[in-house]
Design a binder for this molecule. Structure first.
Ligand SMILES: NC(=O)c1ccc[n+]([C@@H]2O[C@H](COP(=O)([O-])OP(=O)(O)OC[C@H]3O[C@@H](n4cnc5c(N)ncnc54)[C@H](OP(=O)(O)O)[C@@H]3O)[C@@H](O)[C@H]2O)c1
Length: 284
């Protein structure tokens, strides 16, 4: 029998953790990939080709599927790309779609996440919107080099606070929502348990690793110049600048209890995260 769950974004931050938890819990699922690999098959996981921008890839991937975990790949900012996929999912009798959105999306009419939420609401599928705050894992992906090589966090967020969340906690919620009843037609605001400044994050790193990490708090001009030198496209630099400006003015500090209520334990703290990811930052 075909697995009833389809997970999109399985090579990304959140999807990778969702796939790993489903496998650990022996829940069969289809993993949507853009490149089918020749690696040995994994128990409980069936890889299927799916590209959100290629409607010809939808039918096979959706066969037998009842629930979908959907993310918006960061490179796709035009919500119209999701329309054909959502229509075909509805017609294929998918009952429930779990969408990784963004904290505060319901009030941010201009973000693609809200536009995708609205498109999902127009279908006949049940929905659950997971609206997380800023990922801790941005520190070991986007900001890895500056922390590992220069021993500093280089973001223009002033003394603004951010309620960082660990993607492993988001995945825990996603798996519950995908495998339990009772989450249909709901939206969850998911954050960590505390809102920290980047100076406090640097202090937690220093404490856990025994290596002094500082918070540089550059000007916006210096921040943009740094990423331009790294070869980043201007539109991506502008998105990043906007995200840190939001943190600077205090709009990223909201702390909610939805996560703890859903998973029955406190969220992973930044102190725990920096310990767990020590080797990823290059410290043995
Ligand atoms: N970072 C944050 O702090 C934060 C906070 C709140 C919300 N979010 C939202 O979270 C989402 C990103 O999640 P993430 O960090 O887990 O993703 P990610 O690590 O950027 O990975 C993106 C995933 O999407 C897949 N993908 C790319 N293009 C695709 C396509 N055309 N069709 C199907 N799959 C495609 C990629 O697969 P390939 O291997 O094929 O490229 C990859 O698995 C974004 O919408 C972002 O706005 C992020």
């Amino acid at each position: 029998m075909e697995p009833k769950l389809l997970i999109i974004g399985v090579t990304g931050n959140v999807g990778k953790e969702v796939a790993s938890l489903l496998s650990k819990r022996a829940v069969p699922f289809k993993a949507a990939v853009r490149k089918l690999s020749s690696a040995a098959p994994q128990p409980y996981r069936t890889d299927v080709y799916l590209d959100i921008t290629k409607p010809e890839s939808f039918a096979l991937a959706l066969q037998g599927v009842e629930r979908i975990f959907l993310i918006r790949p960061p490179a796709i900012s035009d919500p119209r790309y999701f329309e054909p996929f959502l229509q075909e999912a509805s017609l294929a009798k998918v009952k429930h779609i779990v969408f990784l959105s963004l904290l505060g999306a319901q009030t941010l009419f201009f973000v693609p996440h809200r536009k995708i939420e609205k498109r999902i609401l127009k279908t006949n599928m049940k929905y659950t919107f997971l609206r997380p705050s800023f990922f801790m894992q941005n520190l070991n992906t986007t900001h890895l080099e500056e922390i590992r090589d220069d021993h500093r966090i280089f973001v223009p967020a002033g003394q603004g606070r951010t309620s960082f969340i660990d993607v492993r906690d988001i995945a825990e919620v996603a798996v519950r929502v995908l495998t339990e009843e009772g989450h249909e037609n709901r939206a969850y605001d998911l954050t960590g348990s505390e809102a920290l400044t980047y100076g406090e994050v640097a202090a937690r790193m220093t404490e856990a690793w025994g290596i002094p990490i500082t918070y540089a708090n550059p000007s916006i001009a210096d921040f943009k110049a740094y990423w331009k030198k790294k070869g980043f496209p201007a539109d991506m630099i502008n998105v990043m600048t906007g995200i840190y400006f939001t943190a600077k003015i205090g709009a990223a500090k909201k702390v909610t209890r939805d996560l703890e209520r859903l998973i029955g334990r406190p969220p992973i703290t930044i102190g725990q995260y920096v310990k767990d990811y020590r080797s990823i930052f290059g410290w043995m």
